[in-house]
Write a protein that binds this ligand. Sequence first.
Ligand code: GLU
Length: 509
Amino acid sequence: MSDNNIRVRFAPSPTGPLHIGGVRTALYNYLFARKHGGKFILRIEDTDQTRFVPGAQDYIIEAFKWCGIEFDEGVTKGGDYGPYTQSERKAIYKQYAEQLITSGHAYYAFDTSEELSVKRAAFEAEKKTFTYNASERLNMGNSLSLPKEEVDQLLSNNTPFVIRFKMPDEERVVMNDLIRGKVEVNTKVLDDKILFKSDGMPTYHLANIIDDHLMEISHVIRGEEWLPSLPLHVLLYRAFGWEEPEFAHLPLLLKPDGNGKLSKRDGDRLGFPVFPLQWKDPKTGEISNGYREEGYFPEAFVNMLALLGWNPGDERELFSLEELIEAFSIERVNKSGAKFDAEKAKWFNHQYLIKKSDKELAEAFAPILLKKGILADKVFVVKIVGLIKERATFVADLWDQSSFFFKRPEDYDKKAVKKRWKAASYNQMTELKEILLKTEPFTSENTEKAVKSWIEENEYGMGAVMNAFRLLVVGALKGPHLFDIIALLGQEETLERITLGLQELGRKE
Ligand code: GLU
C-alpha cells in the first residue's frame, strides 16, 4: 500500500470519559498517519443507544484538542466519507446485513429473550454453557431452522428479529496482526454473533467493519481487548468479498503492579487520574480527576503515554509530538502490556517544567499569585521562578517553593527553631545585620563573600550561622541558595526580616 493511501481511525463509543488507554490508541493512530502522510479519522460508534452518555463526545474532542492530536476528517470536522457518527448512518447498515443473508452468511433469528433464558437455564442445569452456534442453531427459532413460509410470515407480521452471523462450523481462520504476527483460531470456539439488533441498529461488529470498508481504512490500530473480535471481523470482510485492512492490536495499560488492566478504581486508590480531563458523571454528579486539572502539561502527558507500550529503540525518553511522529513505528510497539507508573508521569511533567523558560513559567504562575492576593513585579517573579523551578513538578508547586519571597515569615518552623536557634544565634544574627548593611552592591556573590569571611574570622560554625540566618529570612529550613534568596529580596527587606526574626525568637536561654 502506498503511503498516501494510509487512512486510520479512532472509533470511540461515547459511553463516558475517555480512559488514558483510549488516548494512547488515538495517539498511536495519529502518529502513524502523520508519519506516513496519511489521514486520521474520528468516528463515533454510538450504535448501542443504551450505553450512550451525553457529553462524552464533546469530552473526547476536548481531550484531543488539549493533547494536540488533530483529526483530518470526522465528527465536527466533516470529510468525503461522512457522516462520521454511526447513528446518522443507520440507513446504510441494514442493506449490508440483508446482503449477508442473501449470500448465506447470516440469518434471521426470532428467539425472544425469554426463550433464550430458558435455553441457558436448561444448559446450566446440566453444568454446560449455552452457545448460539453451529451445533445449536438448528434447535433455535431462526431462518435456518424454520420453514421458509413461516419465516416469511414472521417477517411480514413484523415479528422482532435479530440478524446473526452464520459462523462456519469448523474452519481454521488465519489472520495477521502487525504487532503479534500470525494469529490463528478455529471457528468451532466462536458463536453466531448478532450483527443487527431488533431495535433496527447494527451491532458494533457489523457497523465497525462496514464503516472501515466504506471509509477506506487501511490500518485498524486498536486496543488488545478487540483481538477476540478479529476472527469475526476478518470473516465478515471475506463474506462481503472485501479487502481486509491491516490490523494492529495494542498492548493493554496495566495496573502499576502489573496485575490486570488499569482501571479507574486503581487511580482512585493510588491517587492518580486515569482520564485526560476531569469528568463529571451526568447521572451521579461524581467527579473523576483529569491530568489537565492535576496540572500536567499536555506535552508531558502525551510524551508519557507514547512510551507506555512503544519504545524508540534507544535510550531517549523526551519527545515532542514532532519527534514522536518522526520516531514512531508499529514494529516497535510492544506485545506485552505496559505497567502504568504514576511517578514516571510526574517525572515527565518535571522535565517539561524545567525546559520551559522562566518567563513562560512566570506567566503560568501569575494567576496563582493573583489568587493569593499577591501583586508582584513581573521581573521579580521571573527571577524567583528561575531559582526554584528545579524543585517543582507542577506549576502549582511553585507557590510552595516560593511563598516566602512574597510574604515575610508569619511563624517560624518550630522543630527547626528548637534545633537550630542556639544560644549564640541572637548575637551572631545581630552582628550579621551589620555585615549585610555594609555590603554594596547587595548581590548574591558579594553577600556570600562578606558573610563567609566574617564567619571564618570569628571562627563561627558555618552550619549553625547559615541555618539560623535561613530561619530568620525564610521561616523554615527550606528554599534555594540563601544568598540568591536575599539578593532577590534586597538589602532592606533582608535586614527587616532579620530584625523581626530576632524580636520573635529572642535570646535562647
Ligand atoms: N467502538 C469501539 C470502542 O469503543 C471501537 C473499537 C475499534 O477500534 O474497532 O473501542
